[in-house]
Structure formats: C-alpha cells, structure tokens
Ligand binder design. Structure first.
Ligand code: ATP
Ligand code: MG
Length: 564
C-alpha cells in the first residue's frame, strides 16, 4: 500500500487534538458500520478511507461492524461481498463485529431505561404514533400509554422479547419530550417486534432495535472514540448523545458528520443500485458500469486509484458533487504508471503491403512503457505482408486536417514502417474490403533516412499472429450529471445511457497478450486502458473491458456541440 499523506481535514484536526489531550482515556478507535443489504460503492469507499485511515494514522484500531438489525433485507452474501471489498481496497479491520450480537445487551439497556423512567412501551399503532408526533411547528401529543407503570412496562417488554405479541402490537419508546424542536427527540421508537428470520439469529430473536437505538449503543459497547458518518445523520446526533448518556456510558463515543460523496453521472443510493440490478438494467452488482467496488474492480480500476481519489476529494462539512473528470483523471494517472502498452485494432480493415515479401514475418521490438514511466520492458511484435489498421484511421476522401491514411498518403505504423496507400479494394456495393499499400523498407522503426516528414502515426496488428478478442466499451451509465434531476413523473431510469456498453467483437490484438491470465491490464495505444474480464475472458475467447478512455471524449463532444 503506497502511503498517501492525507490532507488534514477538520475531522483529522479534531482527532489529533483528542489524541493529544487523551480526551477519551483510551486509544483512538473508529468503526465502519455497513448494513449488509447491498454491495459497497465508491461513496462507502470515502467513509472507509476516512475511518480506517484515521485509525491507522493515529495508532488506533478500527472495527468492521455489520449494522444488521433488519431481518428483511440483510443477507450473508452481502457480508461476504463487503469483506472482500474492504480488503481489496487495502484495509484490514482489527475486529469484525455484528450489531445482531448485541441484541441481548440492547435488551438489558432497555430494561435499565424503563426502570429509570426513561422509556416506556407504547401500544398505539405505527400510524397513530406517526400522527401524534406533531409537526415542525406544532407539538406532538403524548400517547395514552405514556404513563404506564414501570412494572407494566417491564412485563410487556419481557413479553415482547418472549414472542408473546404480534408485530406492531407494542413498541419500546424513549421518554423524552413531545414538544422537542428536534422531531427525532419526540419519544423515538427504540425497539419493535418483528417475527422474521434473521440471516444470523434465525428465529431466535423477535425484538429488533431501530437504527437510532442500535447504532450509538453498539458504538459505545465497542468503546469507539470517533463515530464518523454522513451529514444526513446530523439530526440523529442528539438522540445518540441522549442514549449513551442515559444508559450510563462514561466518556461515550462522539459522532461527527461529514459530507457524503456525490459523483456526476452516478447514483449512490443502495435502493437505486438495487433497482438497477433487480430490474436488469445492468448485469449485476459487479457490472463494470456500477459504482460498486465490485463493479469498479471488474472494470479494472486499481484500489490505489480509489484511495488516491478519496484523498484528492478530501473531507468537508459541505455537500458537493465531484466531477467525473476528477475520478477518471485519478484512474488514468494510476494506470499510466503501471500498465504495459500493446496494440489492438477495434474495427479491423485489412492492409496488404504489396511490396513486402510473401510469407515473410519479422519481429519488431516495441517498448512496453513510454519513457516518462518508471517501468521498462519491451516485447516482440510480428510484422507481415497482411496487417490490420482501424477503419477510423482511413478516409477515402479526407478533410484537410486528417493526418492518417488516405489514397496516396503516407503514414507511420507505430514501431513499424512508413506505408503509402496505393489502392482501395471494394466489393460490388462499394464497401471497402481492403487497402493496398507499399512500405518503405528503409524506414524500420518509423523514421525516414531522408528526413521526410510524416505527420500521422497509427496503430496496427499484423495478420500473422493476430488474436481475435471482444471489447466491451463501457461508458457512464447516465446521460446527465445529476440522474435524479428529471421531470415530474420520471425517475433516474429515464436517463440511462443507451450506449453505456458497446460490445465490439472481432477486434484484433497483438499476440503478446495471449498467454496472460484474466485480470491483466494494458493500455491499448490510442484507445484507452483495458483489463481482461474476470470471469468472462478465457485463453480461447479474450474479453477486454475498457476501464477508461485516454481522454475525456465527452468534454470534447460537449465542446463540439456548443461550437455548432
Ligand atoms: P442506504 O443507501 O441504504 O441508506 P447507506 O449507503 O447509508 O445505505 P450503509 O451500509 O448504512 O449504507 O452505509 C455505511 C456507512 O457508509 C455509513 O456510515 C454511511 O454514512 C457511509 N456512506 C454511505 N454512502 C456514502 C457516501 N455517498 N459518501 C460517504 N459515505 C457514505
Ligand atoms: Mg445507511
């Protein structure tokens, strides 16, 4: 793991001060609390980099705690995916813990709160409770059960735990203030009955804590010092502090909120990601177009790029949306430094070098890295009479600024020779079948001894040894920066990008890649960064995912569009 020096954001400033003053009387301890109801996404990566990063930087510890208090949506498969993704991102947790292991303790705390007159059992229905909460401008109305005796409350609570009641028959509520300006503080529900099978606890337990009850007390049980979460929990901080205090924790953890990551052209709500998966708009949680860490990994983005991205965007108190260009820049930057270059032709057009000896094949030496990259190495690429160039690199009737191949024009084949187009061979319908060219044998390596200038350089693959492959050209999943900004009555699915995946079959790639296992990465010169797909790429059928193009083509297209 390359050590990135993280910027001193407001949270790190705070933790540093608390570490120096020994504010908590114990080492720094953070936690990352995912609910196992979906895969982790790049927003979670921001939270992980922060909480894991801080624990590491301040010599503390960090817990991976599954916030698994909802039996309806959670699943072991998500637990496994989350472990895989956090590990892939380059982090290790000191302990793996489960909120569902605290049910007994949370029950004991409930008894304590009831005994202290700080909580009661309400038997109003969910609708009644909601209706009696009041509004921002009007106070709520106390439930007719609010003044139950401690004995009655304890009896009911025991019955709730024992399974004596139906779902919704009773609920445990904090006894705070129904006129509280913070709506969350108006006697919030703490535990409710749910007769459902929990993926870990099975049917053994039917009294489930709500988020506000489970989260703060789990933090306190684990002796967390800094509980870092996103801004939408700002209003929940008051109940957090109330509960840890009333239950009696000394030097309880403190919650601090930071702005969640929003990224252009991306949705990061698990509910929406789940819809994309369930409704088949993508191939699964690990579809390379998904902002999930599983999708990002399959797309070929290295974990270093995600960490570096999180470091670049920093941590602030104010919500903002990060430009996709910032993300892609980080990815390119990281890949540029580590991946070898190869030649691949997406849309092959056959070229016959009419003056090249029939049956002859020579090996050309091609550097695998440009000179400004710290890696070195080269590979041999075959050169033969028949080769492929990309259809886009030839125009029969080119405009002035087209410097690639055209009838009578000379171009440089990258690492190869200078060639001149002499003939265009077409079928009866006028479709171009192949080009006839001559090569200049004195220009091996791409330079003319007479110093004549040749502007264009194109990539190519010799027909001899060329390997067929499939390219999956991935692009942003949505057509507009904010996919939620849609007219009334529509939703984010109405702005799905129909061209987010273009499959190109019959591309030709140089033979040096064939032996490489799935997962290997390259820059296809002039095209972008690609990774052999896991699991679809096999030695008999190579499949490459485009991780990122070499340049931001959308910027260019947008600029073009605004110029006309
Ligand atoms: P949902 O979309 O279901 O509300 P969630 O994204 O909040 O879920 P959790 O599993 O509860 O998912 O999240 C775990 C942690 O990750 C939380 O502490 C949350 O604050 C943080 N987190 C979630 N989304 C982002 C985001 N976009 N940026 C930064 N942190 C995030
Ligand atoms: Mg959440």
């Amino acid at each position: 793991m390359n050590d990135q020096t993280s910027h001193r954001d407001f949270i790190r400033e705070m933790v540093a001060a608390d570490a120096i003053s020994h504010r908590f009387g114990r080492p720094i301890r953070t936690r990352f609390p995912p609910e196992p109801n979906g895969f982790l996404h790049i927003g979670h990566a921001k939270a992980i980099c922060l909480s894991f990063g801080i624990a590491k930087e301040f010599g503390g510890t960090v817990h991976l705690r599954f916030d698994d208090t909802n039996p309806f949506t959670e699943d072991e498969k998500y637990v496994e995916a989350i472990r895989t993704d956090v590990t892939w991102l380059g982090f290790a947790w000191d302990k793996e813990l489960y909120a569902s292991d605290y049910f007994e303790q949370l029950y004991a705390f409930a008894v304590r709160l009831v005994e202290a007159g700080k909580a009661y059992i309400d038997s109003e229905s969910e609708e009644e409770i909601r209706a009696h909460r009041g509004t921002v401008t009007t106070s709520g109305t106390p439930s007719r059960y609010r003044d139950r005796s401690v004995e009655d409350n304890l009896d009911l609570l025991a019955g709730m735990k024992a399974g004596a009641f139906e779902d919704g028959a009773h609920v445990l509520r904090a006894k705070i203030d129904l006129a509280h300006p913070n709506m969350i503080m108006r006697d919030p529900p703490l535990m409710r009955i749910r007769h459902a099978t929990h993926y870990r606890r099975g049917d053994a337990w039917c009294l489930y804590p709500l988020y506000d009850y489970a989260h703060c007390l789990s933090d306190a049980i684990e002796e967390i010092t800094h509980s870092l979460c996103t801004l939408e929990f700002k209003d929940n901080r008051e109940i957090y502090d109330w509960l840890v205090r009333e239950v009696g924790f000394e030097r309880p953890p403190e919650q601090t909120e930071f702005a969640r990551l929003n990224l252009e052209y991306t949705v990061l709500s698990k509910r929406k990601l789940l819809r994309l998966v369930n409704e088949g708009h993508v191939a699964g949680w690990d579809d390379p177009r998904m902002p999930t860490l599983a999708g990002i990994r399959r797309r070929g983005v290295p974990p270093e790029a995600i960490r570096s991205f999180c470091d670049t965007i920093g941590v602030a108190r104010k919500e903002a949306t990060v430009e996709l260009a910032t993300y892609e820049y980080t990815v390119r930057n990281e890949l540029n430094m580590r991946v070898p270059r190869v030649l691949c032709v997406a849309n092959p057009l056959k070229v016959i070098l009419t003056n090249y000896p029939e049956g002859h094949v020579e090996e050309l030496e091609a550097p695998s890295y440009p000179h400004d990259v710290p890696l070195t190495g080269s590979r041999a690429i075959p050169f033969s009479r028949a080769l492929y160039i990309d259809r886009a690199d030839f125009m029969e009737d080119p405009p002035k600024k087209f410097y690639r191949l055209a009838p009578g024009r000379e171009v440089r084949l990258r690492y190869g020779y200078l060639i001149t187009c002499t003939d265009v061979v077409k079928d009866a319908s006028g479709e171009i079948l192949e080009l006839h060219c001559t090569y200049d044998p004195l220009t091996r390596g791409g330079n003319a001894p007479d110093g004549r200038k040749v502007k264009g350089t194109i990539h190519w693959v010799a027909a001899t040894g060329a390997v067929d492959c499939e390219l999956r050209l991935y692009d942003r999943l949505f057509t507009q920066p904010n996919p939620d900004d849609v007219p009334e009555g529509q939703d984010f699915l109405s702005v799905l990008n129909p061209e987010s995946l273009i499959v190109v079959s019959g591309a030709k790639i140089e033979p040096s890649v064939v032996r490489d296992p799935a997962g290997s990465q390259y820059q296809f010169e002039r095209m972008g960064y690609f990774v052999a797909d896991v699991p679809d790429s096999t030695p008999d059928h190579l499949v490459f995912n485009r991780t990122v193009s070499l340049r931001d083509s959308w910027q260019k297209e947008r600029a073009k569009a605004s110029n006309v």
